[in-house]
Design a binder for this molecule. Structure first.
Ligand code: ATP
Length: 220
């Protein structure tokens, strides 16, 4: 079903959200105080508007309440981001997503009542560092602070040419295997009888420390 989104601020974050939502066939209004930004997205977004969102009357006249989701993608001007978010909460917007520049900014946005606060730079930093700190984990996506999804390159000979049933990855290492990929082939949904071959990738979900233990002690 089509949902309606309003994105305030067309920096890299707001801009990429707009393009992705349009690709996903959603309806998107973009708002920015910078005319050049609006010109850039005029033919991409469903609607585009030059406006200063920090002005309460602007938000009221646009009818922000009627959108399924409003994204505050203003980063540098923390005061504007907080003011706009506060006004959106007061207007009764159902679901607000706001981008935080730092920890304190995030805390304020959460206190105000923003439903989803995102920290793209911090999250990407954590993710890249975790991948670099491990030996054979190629993707490390945090779902909650202690639960992650990881792509693990199987390198230990003891793990190969055996079925998932034999390896008992869930029982022994508390990791749920959700996919297996052989070379360039499409990933497979795993069965107990799926054989792990040399150079396979396993997609697993589990606690961070269990993923790290598997990488450190088992698959090296
Ligand atoms: P990114 O990291 O996503 O590239 P950023 O965090 O550096 O962006 P800014 O460049 O500060 O964020 O802001 C993003 C956009 O928001 C800019 O295009 C800016 O013109 C717009 N913007 C800032 N304040 C307002 C406002 N009060 N009303 C409307 N647009 C605004």
């Amino acid at each position: 079903m089509k949902k309606t989104f309003a994105i305030i601020g067309l920096g890299r974050f707001g801009g990429s959200m707009c393009e992705t939502l349009i690709d996903a066939d959603q309806e998107v209004l973009v708002i920015d105080s910078d005319e050049e930004r609006i010109n850039e997205y005029m033919n991409i977004a469903t609607h585009a508007m030059i406006a200063n969102a920090s002005e309460e009357n602007t938000l009221k006249s646009i009818g922000m309440r009627n959108f399924d989701c409003v994204v505050v993608a203003i980063g540098e001007d923390v005061q504007a981001s907080i003011m706009v978010s506060l006004m959106l909460v007061d207007l009764g917007v159902k679901y607000i997503v706001a981008k935080a520049k730092n920890k304190n900014h995030a805390r304020i946005l959460e206190k105000i009542g923003v439903q989803k606060v995102v920290h793209p730079e911090r999250d990407m930093g954590v993710r890249t560092a975790k991948e670099l700190a491990t030996n054979n984990v190629h993707e490390f996506i945090e779902i909650t602070p202690d639960l992650s999804f990881a792509q693990i390159h199987i390198v230990n000979k003891k793990l190969v040419n055996r079925t998932l049933d034999e390896l008992q990855i869930r029982q022994k290492y508390r990791l749920n295997v959700v996919g297996v990929k052989h070379g360039d082939a499409e990933f497979e949904w795993p069965e107990g009888t799926t054989i792990v071959r040399p150079d396979d990738f396993l997609y697993v979900a589990g606690r961070n420390n269990d993923i790290e233990r598997f990488d450190d002690e088992v698959n090296k």
